[in-house]
Design a protein around this ligand. Structure first.
Ligand SMILES: CC(C)(COP(=O)(O)OP(=O)(O)OC[C@H]1O[C@@H](n2cnc3c(N)ncnc32)[C@H](O)[C@@H]1OP(=O)(O)O)[C@@H](O)C(=O)NCCC(=O)NCCS
Length: 223
């Protein structure tokens, strides 16, 4: 959600259609991600399509001050998250964007999200972002989910350059990106408006060739 294109002002009026689309999309495994996202399984988490029923959990997990501090303001109500979830389905169907729910094994609802949006048609260059409830920070859930979503970006949607932006002040976010193997390319000065203040952001990238080489070489840092 950090500087991703969703705006809650896009109110959805046809709730029945939204619910039908969400049901059709949920829990489906398919190779055509535009129709429905595949279910990706790691050692700690499952990544799957968001469901409307994730809205209360996402509100509780992502609306806290510590999670939201350096990202675009999340919705503030369950209905707002339902509209966000419906928007993710429409953007995925349009082929512009994907958003995975992070569901720890043994749980049924989302405790965070991973997003990827295309920065050019066809996702050659894409940007990813993530947010996880603070109860799950430092547990390994981030790294487990990140590996799945990076593989998805390079292997399924054919990204070759995966960018991430993190506010320079976001020590945890920057350290997480470094840990997963992203390379710091520079600082985007005053590029992120948050709480009425423009913040500097660090630009991080992972290239498909680097990711595959790292995996081939035992992947000391990422596997
Ligand atoms: C970013 C996020 C998904 C990472 O998940 P996480 O579980 O916290 O990540 P991890 O614990 O695996 O890794 C974070 C690392 O930052 C380190 N760290 C924590 N606070 C730090 C700080 N202030 N400065 C530098 N490093 C810090 C941790 O020690 C850890 O490194 P280690 O595993 O080598 O000890 C999670 O913190 C989050 O959702 N944050 C809020 C939303 C957000 O900022 N999203 C990112 C936008 S780019």
């Amino acid at each position: 959600m950090e500087k991703m294109p969703f705006r809650d002002a896009q109110a959805v009026t046809d709730l029945e259609a939204v619910i039908a689309a969400a049901r059709a999309a949920s829990a489906t495994t398919t190779s055509d991600w535009r129709k429905a996202l595949p279910v990706l399984t790691g050692s700690m988490v499952t990544l799957r399509e968001l469901r409307l029923s994730d809205a209360p959990s996402l509100l509780a997990m992502l609306s806290t001050e510590e999670v939201a501090r350096f990202i675009s303001p999340p919705p503030t109500t369950i209905e707002g998250f339902e509209r966000f979830i419906a928007w993710t389905h429409r953007e995925r169907a349009a082929g512009n964007y994907v958003c995975f729910a992070v569901v720890p094994h043994g749980m049924d609802t989302a405790i965070g999200i991973f997003q990827i949006r295309q920065l050019e048609p066809g996702f050659g260059t894409a940007e990813w972002g993530f947010a996880i409830g603070s109860a799950f920070w430092g547990t390994g859930v981030f790294v487990d989910g990140a590996k799945l979503v990076i593989d998805f970006a390079f292997d399924v949607i054919q990204t070759h350059r995966l960018e991430a932006r993190a506010a320079v002040l976001n020590g945890r976010g920057n350290a997480a990106l470094r840990k997963i193997g992203a390379v710091q390319e520079g600082v985007l000065r005053k590029s992120f408006l948050r709480n009425g203040e423009y913040l500097d952001q660090t630009l991080w990238t992972i290239l498909d060739e680097d990711w595959r080489s790292a995996k081939a070489f035992v992947g000391v840092r990422i596997h």
